[in-house]
Write a protein that binds this ligand. Structure first.
Ligand SMILES: Cc1cc2nc3c(=O)[nH]c(=O)nc-3n(C[C@H](O)[C@H](O)[C@H](O)COP(=O)(O)OP(=O)(O)OC[C@H]3O[C@@H](n4cnc5c(N)ncnc54)[C@H](O)[C@@H]3O)c2cc1C
Ligand code: SF4
Ligand code: SF4
Ligand code: SF4
Length: 398
């Protein structure tokens, strides 16, 4: 049965909890707020299925040659409401037109972030825009399987580890399944998001009832966090000033697995990968108007067919794959572990959100890593009793 000994080895994809024939795996939050599987040993029959399908343990690679495109949806309004070029909406509208079902990530009434499915174009709006919080998969893999077996088209979107989780759960390929993943920097803890919202609600004296992590009022490059409150007020602040975005972008609150991610690769199991085309101003300046441009990677024949059917609704140009990801390291490399991450979570329950961010998210990563490297070198020198010698040598050099 599944046993988590090293937290970095569990992405929280829910494949094990969805597949267990005895339904004896629950997903339980740890003190950082991330979900991990917990087995009810009294009901487990030791069938081994959970371990067999875990995508991190199986680590099955694919060998495809993706092609990269810069794309903008011609519909300016949808583009404005989306994180980058608004391509997700175009693809998913086609699935709905064909009577299919779309799975994606939305915010519910209390602004928790979850996976669910929709069957109409109007409902797709809830999935638009990135929510920078780990979404709860719940039982959506089982629900997707149910629709697949009814021969309906199913489009499942999520992080690369969630797409790996779905495929591992299904254990077979379906012709009617379409998968979209994203280039994924990493996912912050739902508990950190909750704390941030409480801080903002206290400051405002009202309940938050809407959130947009990628508001484009100051442009796509300098996007903003926007919150709507039930007193009619709106909060809006750019990514460099908003407290939540600071914590996210300084890598102090990502899931441990995001620092050792097996699924950040240019060879993915999804049909299409969506991303922001960071660096478009240098790679293909004529496509850049600071309203958002998507980078699309076509990973399979199914993805190619989907992409070809969009061509009247988009502006696009093919780009060399390596150039396309040259300003987007999250495509192939895990986020570096911030030495302040441990302190951030240790103080999460003790400090107010503004003090927490002030204490742990102000220094640049270069300074932090330099300081950490220095302390590790000093520790090694002390351990090997070479510290005094090193000091003497350095004095001579001076
Ligand atoms: C946590 C996270 C980290 C990201 N990191 C990067 C990055 O480092 N570099 C980069 O280029 N792009 C990154 N992206 C992707 C990017 O922000 C856009 O989602 C992508 O450009 C598609 O934009 P769009 O305009 O086509 O459509 P949009 O309408 O903006 O796309 C929405 C899509 O994102 C999915 N989604 C939203 N929130 C989540 C979530 N919490 N978990 C899983 N899926 C979600 C929706 O289901 C839908 O598929 C990230 C997205 C998320 C959610
Ligand atoms: S299947 Fe997913 S949730 Fe379960 S242990 Fe593996 S990575 Fe974690
Ligand atoms: S070994 Fe089988 S019964 Fe036990 S937790 Fe895993 S899937 Fe469930
Ligand atoms: S960085 Fe990797 S482990 Fe983290 S959410 Fe993204 S795909 Fe999953």
């Amino acid at each position: 049965m599944i046993k988590i000994t090293e937290k970095q080895n569990c992405t929280g994809c829910h494949a094990c909890s969805n597949i267990c024939p005895k339904q004896c795996i629950i997903m339980e939050a740890d003190k950082e707020g991330f979900l991990y599987p917990k087995v009810d040993l009294d009901r487990c029959v030791d069938c081994g299925l959970c371990e067999k399908i875990c995508p991190v343990l199986a680590n099955i690679k694919v060998d495809n040659e993706p092609r990269a495109y810069a794309c903008n949806n011609k519909n300016e309004q949808i583009r404005l409401e989306s994180s980058s070029g608004g391509i997700f909406t175009l693809i998913t509208e086609q699935i709905i037109n064909d009577g299919g079902v779309v799975f994606g990530v939305s915010l519910n009434k209390d602004l928790t972030v979850l996976h669910s499915y929709v069957e109409t174009k109007e409902q797709l709006k809830a999935f638009r825009g990135s929510k920078y919080v780990q979404s709860k998969i719940g039982e959506t893999y089982k629900t997707a399987e149910h629709f697949l077996k009814q021969s309906r088209k199913v489009l499942f979107s999520g992080t690369p580890c969630q797409i790996e989780g779905l495929k591992a759960y299904l254990q077979k390929d379906y012709d009617n399944l379409f998968c979209i993943d994203i280039i994924c920097h990493g996912v912050p803890s739902p508990k950190v998001w909750e704390k941030y919202l409480s801080y903002q609600e206290k400051r405002e004296g009202a309940k938050a009832e809407g959130a947009n992590f990628r508001h484009k009022n100051k442009g796509w490059n300098k996007f903003s966090m926007a919150l709507e409150f039930d007193n009619g007020n709106e909060y809006i602040q750019t990514l460099d000033k908003d407290l939540y975005m600071k914590a996210f972008l300084k890598d102090t609150c990502l899931r441990p697995s995001c620092h050792k991610c097996s699924f950040k690769t240019l060879h993915r199991k999804s049909d299409i990968t969506l991303a922001d085309f960071w660096g478009i101003n240098k790679v293909l300046p004529k496509m850049d108007d600071d309203k958002g441009t998507s980078l699309i990677l076509i990973n399979s024949e199914r993805g190619r067919t989907m992409f070809d059917s969009l061509q009247d609704s988009i502006l696009f140009e093919e780009v060399d794959l390596n150039k396309a990801v040259s300003y987007n390291p999250a495509a192939f490399r895990s986020a570096i572990l911030n030495p302040n991450r441990e302190g951030f979570f240790r103080d999460l329950d003790n400090l107010s959100f503004d003090k927490l961010v002030d204490k742990y998210c102000s220094e640049s990563m270069t300074v932090l890593v330099k300081r950490k490297t220095k302390s590790v070198v000093i520790a090694i020198l002390k351990k090997t009793r070479l510290l005094n010698l090193a000091k003497k040598v350095l004095k001579c050099v001076d």
